[in-house]
Design a protein around this ligand. Structure first.
Ligand SMILES: Nc1ncnc2c1ncn2[C@@H]1O[C@H](COP(=O)(O)OP(=O)(O)OP(=O)(O)O)[C@@H](O)[C@H]1O
Ligand SMILES: O=C(O)c1ccc[n+]([C@@H]2O[C@H](COP(=O)([O-])O)[C@@H](O)[C@H]2O)c1
Length: 202
């Protein structure tokens, strides 16, 4: 593990439960902040980390420069319990399964809960080693406008049906494999919409 990766690892209290929200954050928006806070409250997380990705392996277009996205994410993440990190670039990983394996090796004491919006559950079955992610980490899937049905019927949702829990508070109690559709108040913000109205240039 490189010194850069260790430096990029955010602090967290020993034995704590940390929500990990990976994303392009191109750019970060108030929706990210709201869903993270809501997920923390519902799941019972003391910290959250935003992993600003070097680039989503399934997205064809390159995002804005990492340093710019990190700076914007830090400006948006005004809650002191949320840390923003570019650790994936330092680790040289862009596949979530590999990133989470590295984080587990760095901090085996933590319970890391993977957080993602419902849009990502819809294509989760296309992620590298998605079953491995679900085997090691509780997963909170955060409601997103227009995606309720698609999330419920997603191939990965069906494949993981037996591991589904109905209440987010059960995720940590039960431990992996366990996932939950977390019914937070819907937030309409998206980075795509911000870019479309010229609020962010790549
Ligand atoms: N409004 C939202 N409601 C629920 N989840 C969200 C919302 N915005 C982002 N997310 C989730 O947060 C994570 C990071 O999001 P990302 O950086 O891709 O932002 P985005 O707004 O989805 O961007 P884009 O429109 O470019 O896909 C993803 O898991 C995404 O599903
Ligand atoms: O590991 C994969 O195969 C994989 C495929 C698609 C997306 N991801 C991760 O999903 C997270 C959300 O991506 P995005 O672009 O929707 O913000 C981000 O951390 C990506 O690295 C991961």
């Amino acid at each position: 593990m490189s010194a850069a990766a260790r430096r990029a690892l955010p602090p967290a209290p020993r034995g704590g439960a940390v929500g990990v929200l990976g994303g392009s954050f191109d750019p970060a928006h108030e929706g990210h902040l709201a869903i993270t806070r809501e997920a923390m409250a519902r799941i019972g997380l003391s910290r959250a980390w935003w992993l600003v990705s070097p680039g989503n392996p399934l997205k064809p277009d390159a995002p804005a420069a990492l340093e710019r996205r990190l700076a914007r994410a830090r400006a948006v993440a005004t809650d002191p319990r949320i840390a923003v990190t570019g650790i994936e670039a330092a680790l040289g990983t862009r596949y979530t399964a590999e990133t989470l394996a590295a984080l587990r090796a760095l901090r085996p004491d933590l319970r890391l809960v993977w957080l993602m919006g419902a849009d990502n559950l819809v294509q989760f079955h296309r992620w590298r080693d998605w079953r491995g992610i679900a085997a090691h980490h509780p997963i909170g899937v955060l409601a997103r406008p227009g995606l309720r049905v698609a999330a419920r019927t997603a191939p990965a949702a069906q494949a993981m049906e037996r591991a589904r829990v109905r209440a987010p508070g059960l995720l940590l109690r039960r431990g992996p494999p366990a996932w939950c559709l977390v019914n937070i108040p819907m937030r309409g913000e998206s980075s795509t919409a911000i870019r479309a109205r010229g609020g962010w240039r790549r």
